[in-house]
Design a binder for this molecule. Sequence first.
Ligand SMILES: [Zn+2]
Length: 265
Amino acid sequence: MISDHQLSNIVDNANANIVSIINHYGPELDTSSQRGTRGKALCPFHNEQTPSFHVTNAKGIYKCFGCGKGGDAVDFLMEYKGYGFIEAIRELARYLNITINETASSRSKDYKSPAEIIDGIIKVKHSIRKTGEARLCFSKKDAKQLQKKGIKNLLHIKTYRSPQVELLARYAKDAIFYPEGLNKQKFFMALRITADEDLDIKIAKQVDDQPVHWIDFVIKNFSRTKEIRHKCLRIIAGFDSDLKRAVERKYFSKKWNRNSKESLG
Ligand SMILES: [Zn+2]
């Protein structure tokens, strides 16, 4: 297995040299005006007369302004050569003269690589890095269905306190997570992860086709400490304004009722 550290190293190196990589594996690029750090060519993915396929080392990407195809060095090999993700990584490592050390690591027996903790995390990380987004699902059944639909940036989380969630909090903190297949129970789990781990999970406005579950839940369960309440209010701040108002009304009217009772009593 390729360690995560090595993977990042290969991907970063490849993207910093994407011009020479595409020159080598793909169409010959015209790099005359930019000293080899940028290049353009006729797009290899669609027919055209003037070059709209651009590559830049500084951004580590290719982009065609004709057909819209774009991505990084790994994407290029996957798209152009039809390689799988790991195949593309191995090919890039070869090109960059990076030796992949796949012997068992010297870490303790308890050490689990990110790929062992979350199935598919490397692919997802790759996708998160590009789009800043990932989908979360909370059951095997949902995961299978979504995979069938061809959804790539998918993570399967089993419980809200798990090594998987800790890994995500460490690994993909800046990403936005969209939960999939939420029922009431899964929805609570997503909220817990958001509040406890500070991940940015955007929750849809309807759960089980009922938009109100979460309002009560937030109020009942997330008012335990000031800190958690603040996080909750931040989650709520990300919702549509009509729902936000509904929560605020309910939350503040309860608080107001309680305060007025206290002051009376
Ligand atoms: Zn194109």
